[in-house]
Write a protein that binds this ligand. Structure first.
Ligand SMILES: *Cc1c(COP(=O)(O)O)cnc(C)c1O
Length: 396
């Protein structure tokens, strides 16, 4: 690769970053729509979107304008006050969730997916009350890197270096309703679930499984918390992943695409659930900054304008059909524009990922044998054709 000019400065102890991410592969300097350029001027197609984040593409003019305008007007006040951007965004989000759930609810803004889940976990504990604090989640899930979100994450290997984990978490096999039911006892206050396990390998939950969880939660008075951090905001072809199964969650956590790259997250809960929080129970200095929430409103407005859910569904079918036809592809799974390509013959996904990066296509090796593709929802059919040709070139 020619784009390693920074190798010497980004290796070992001379690297300014903590060594949590592994050696960076490319240094990017600019992006526009689906395209990225590295420090050497090489062009790439971005079929990862910063992990399902820049769903409207890089440097979207409406988002850039919202950031610039708000930055020049008001960035932040404290939560002793509100601001018009946060109020507008909260009302917009509330309406979006009311449309998706048929329920009225309230929102809390935060800065990331992990924080959104932390908030939901605290809400579940407050809702359950003393002695009823356990949250059940699935093996293979991913809920974030802060300590409680990590404890909820069903990946024991990620827990190991940080034992002991916070208490009150239980994991069950993903997709097995019987196992979930057996794990419920009077100490359980909530079930936390993804509608598609993103980091776990792009594994969509069976709609029947989700409906079963809903029924179980209703029957036992537990909260159904859906983690829409990766699936939310049109990525799967609906505004939220849960809409595919028709389940109505009690709590929804969001982040990633809701800021198109600007750090922001949110938790929504139906009124009766949100109302268990009292002043002082939770907070964040940066909850609902004018700048972050102006971006949220701009993202939602833009997504509505282009009918992003329908577009993601349409482009998803287009991409999926072309990928499925390639020799070297065993299977394509996922929803909308959150897809995984299972490579034939157990081919090494990391090697394919590296070769694609070399040829100018950004993807992600989500498992040892599968590539994750999450292009911007604004991706054109011509860009999809170009990406599929690159993939065909490497696999063929
Ligand atoms: C990315 C992700 C998170 C964590 O979000 P951060 O913003 O990185 O903290 C949580 N849940 C899911 C499903 C995710 O994909």
């Amino acid at each position: 690769m020619t784009s390693h000019a920074f190798d010497t400065t980004l290796a070992g102890a001379s690297c300014p970053f903590m060594p949590v991410f592994g050696a960076p592969q490319v240094m990017f300097v600019r992006g526009s729509g689906t395209e990225l350029w590295d420090v050497n001027g090489k062009r790439y197609l971005d079929f990862l979107c910063g992990l399902a984040v820049t769903s409207l593409g890089h440097s979207h003019p409406a988002i850039t304008e919202a950031i610039s305008k708000q930055a020049a007007t008001l960035i932040h006040v404290s939560n002793f006050f509100t601001n018009d951007a946060a109020t507008t965004a909260a009302l917009t989000l509330r309406e979006l969730l009311a449309d998706a759930t048929g329920q009225q609810g309230q929102v809390f803004f935060c800065n990331s997916g992990a924080e959104a889940n932390e908030t939901a976990l605290k809400l579940a504990r407050k809702f359950g009350g003393r002695g009823r604090h356990v949250v059940v989640s699935a093996f293979g899930s991913f809920h974030g890197r802060t300590l409680a979100a990590l404890a909820a994450t069903g990946q024991p290997a990620k827990h190991e270096p940080f034992q002991p984990m916070p208490e009150g978490f239980r994991h069950v096999p993903f997709g097995d309703l019987g196992a979930l039911s057996a794990a419920i006892d009077p100490t359980v206050s909530a079930v936390l679930i993804e509608t598609v396990q993103g980091e776990g390998g792009v594994l969509p939950a069976d709609p029947e499984y989700l409906r079963g969880i809903r029924a179980l939660c209703t029957e036992r008075g537990m909260l159904m918390i859906i983690d829409e951090v990766q699936t939310g905001f049109a990525r799967t072809g609906r505004w939220f992943g849960f809409e595919h199964s028709g389940v109505v969650p009690d709590v929804v956590t969001m982040a990633k695409a809701m800021g198109n790259g600007f750090p922001v997250g949110a938790v929504w809960a139906r009124n009766e659930v949100a109302g268990v929080f009292q002043p002082g129970d939770h907070g964040s200095t940066y909850s609902g900054t004018a700048l972050a929430t102006a971006v949220v409103s701009a993202v939602i407005a833009q997504m509505k304008m282009i009918d992003a859910p329908a577009l993601a569904a349409r482009r998803g079918v287009y991409l999926r059909d072309r990928l499925s036809a390639l020799p070297g592809v065993a299977d394509v799974r996922g929803q909308g524009l959150l897809l995984a390509v299972e490579l034939a013959g157990g081919r090494d996904a990391k090697a394919v990922y590296s070769e694609l990066l070399e040829r100018g296509l950004v993807t992600n090796a989500v498992t040892a044998t599968a590539l994750r593709l999450a292009p911007p929802i604004t991706v054109s059919e011509a860009e999809i054709d170009e990406a599929v040709a690159l993939i065909a070139g490497v696999l063929g």
